[in-house]
Design a protein around this ligand. Structure first.
Ligand code: FAD
Ligand code: NAD
Length: 477
């Protein structure tokens, strides 16, 4: 694949983001049909389902990252990649304004990228609901840097708790690991953390054994609301056995450096405000809009009633536009913001763009044939061209027959600690709800097979083996 200048006869397709939606699009797109430009501050794809395992060192973060350059170089036609953040999309002018936000900046660090077609796949930010103190004191779990920060903080809390002459109350506080948000991110992280403690930390630092404690705080009456009742009960029972405390009906209202303030509702319906001291606070309360998406929505009148993301039609076209599509967490298409949805949307768009290119090719051939038919010197030549036109029209009808996007739900899976997982799987005609150790092996094999590349699969397998043989690495870099 040689580096080539944009072909003026082709449309420029700009893709924002290198996450589940955009990468699935790029994987399936025939890049020969367009001048493809990718803009993302992250020059790798991240396999998020295994990110909670990186917080404890069970899996090394590089094992679930795939360099975007490595992947793009295998495409049929050259794809331009710019490591930058899209700061503004000017819908009228068809321009994306981009900024190099990396440490090293050249003389030019902000510029414009024009587009004919644009795919927005920038994902979402962490929701904080404006709760004071969250951004200053809480840690999130969305990116590789977040997992590394959590890993460092866990060890820092443990080492500080064992500092000479540390007071009893302070030891308890430092070893209180609080997770806010009982969605799958919070549940999976709490499970991984308890595993870390059970299999490694308490052996290596016996002093923390009696005070290390994980608490999961959830505002709703139960955790994992997207799972069946049976699996919610199973998860809550398993957490109890693992000695993880679940505080449901407890809404965090404020965060300070050393405690959270939460309002809990008792069985009698009475509300009570309490302070919960913590050493580590992981904030996992879901998604919020990115500023670039919010700004684009404000330019399009048809988006004025949309709150949670870019409203798209059944072909993933951003409502109120003709040449902008959205995929993944930043798009609102009536599905949960999951990797499964994002990757199916990306693959759908690729199929559609491939078909659109074919349509254009056939249409221009048809125009040529019509001209040739008019100029044909004999009846035989005219008949020959007529036959060709009929063939092309048939092909055009076939190619144009692309139906709207339909999501096919394969099921929901979550790891809940102590080598157990829960799964709601769509199975032939019905649904299968299952939890336990067998499900955990299914969870592992499913995610291993879904890893981006063979390289990732081998690295993840090696990490699992390493942790089994030698334990997780508790050194703090
Ligand atoms: P992302 O994958 O988040 O990608 C967004 C991309 O846009 C990134 O490359 C980012 O760098 C880039 N970007 C950001 N801002 C800009 C900008 N201004 N300009 C250009 N580019 C930008 N889902 C499941 O289905 N199963 C799971 O098991 C699962 N586990 C998860 C575990 C964790 C810890 C987390 C956080 C999420 C998990 N999810 C899971 C959800 C899943 O990761 C998301 O739904 C999915 O990543 C959404 O894909 P996306 O392409 O929309 O966004
Ligand atoms: P989520 O939106 O699924 O859950 C967030 C939880 O935080 C909610 O239950 C909410 O009630 C709670 N919450 C919000 N504010 C609160 C407060 N102030 N105090 C206490 N609790 C509060 O978020 P998530 O777990 O980060 O998941 C985001 C998306 O990613 C979801 O669509 C999820 O399905 C997907 N995901 C899937 C998996 C998986 O399939 N294994 C794993 C991780 C994430």
């Amino acid at each position: 694949m040689d580096q080539v200048e944009p072909d003026p006869s082709k449309k420029t397709l700009v893709v924002l983001g290198t996450g589940w939606g955009s990468v699935s699009l790029l994987k399936n797109l025939d890049t020969e049909n367009y001048n493809v430009v990718v803009v993302s501050p992250r020059n790798y794809f991240l396999f998020t389902p295994l990110l909670p395992s990186c917080t404890t060192g069970l899996i090394e973060h590089r094992s679930i990252m795939e360099p975007i350059r490595n992947f793009l170089r295998h495409k049929k036609a050259a794809v331009k990649y710019y490591e930058a953040e899209a700061t503004k999309i000017d819908y009228e002018k068809k321009i994306v304004y981009v900024n190099d936000e990396s440490e090293i900046k050249g003389d030019v660090s902000s510029t414009e990228v024009p587009f004919d077609m644009l795919v927005v796949g920038v994902g979402a930010e962490n929701a904080t609901f404006g709760i004071p103190g969250v951004r200053e004191h809480g840690l999130f779990l969305k990116e590789v840097g977040d997992a590394q920060a959590i890993r460092r903080r866990i060890m820092d809390c443990c080492e500080t708790a064992t500092f000479k002459d540390q007071h009893e109350d302070e030891i308890k506080r430092l070893l209180h690991m609080v997770v806010v948000g009982g969605g799958p991110t919070g549940v999976e992280f709490a499970g991984e953390l308890q595993d870390f403690f059970e299999s490694d930390l308490k052996k290596w630092i016996p002093d923390i054994k009696d005070n290390f404690h994980v608490t999961l705080v959830e505002a709703l009456p139960n955790v994992l609301p997207m799972f069946s009742k049976q699996l919610i009960d199973y998860t809550e029972k398993t957490f109890k056995e693992e000695t993880i405390t679940i505080r449901t009906k407890t809404m965090v209202k404020k965060v300070t450096a050393k405690y959270i303030e939460a309002e809990s509702t008792g069985p009698d319906g009475k509300k009570q405000l309490e302070q919960i001291p913590y050493g580590l606070l992981v904030w996992a309360t879901g998604n919020a809009l990115r500023p670039v998406v919010k700004d684009l929505m404000s330019q399009i009148p048809a988006q004025k009633d949309s709150r949670r993301g870019l409203a798209v039609n059944e072909y993933l076209v951003v409502k109120g536009t003709e040449n902008i599509w959205a995929v993944g967490d930043c798009a609102i298409a009536n599905y949960a913001p999951t990797a499964q949805v994002a990757s199916q949307e990306g693959a759908f768009l690729a199929r559609m763009f491939n078909q659109m290119a074919k349509t254009q090719e056939i249409e221009s051939k048809l125009a040529e044939c019509s001209e040739a038919q008019e100029k044909a010197p004999s009846k035989e030549a005219r008949d020959r061209v007529f036959q060709e036109i009929k063939e092309l029209q048939k092909r055009l009808r076939r190619v144009k027959q692309i139906g709207p996007f339909e999501y096919s739900h394969q099921g929901s899976l979550a790891y809940i600690g102590s080598e157990k997982a829960v799964a709601d799987i769509t199975w032939l005609t019905g649904n299968l709800s299952t939890g336990g150790t067998l499900t955990y092996f299914f969870w592992r094999s499913a995610y291993l097979s879904m890893c981006f590349s063979t390289r990732n699969r081998v690295l993840v397998l090696m990490d699992w083996c390493k942790a089994k043989l030698f334990g997780r690495d508790v050194s703090r870099e």
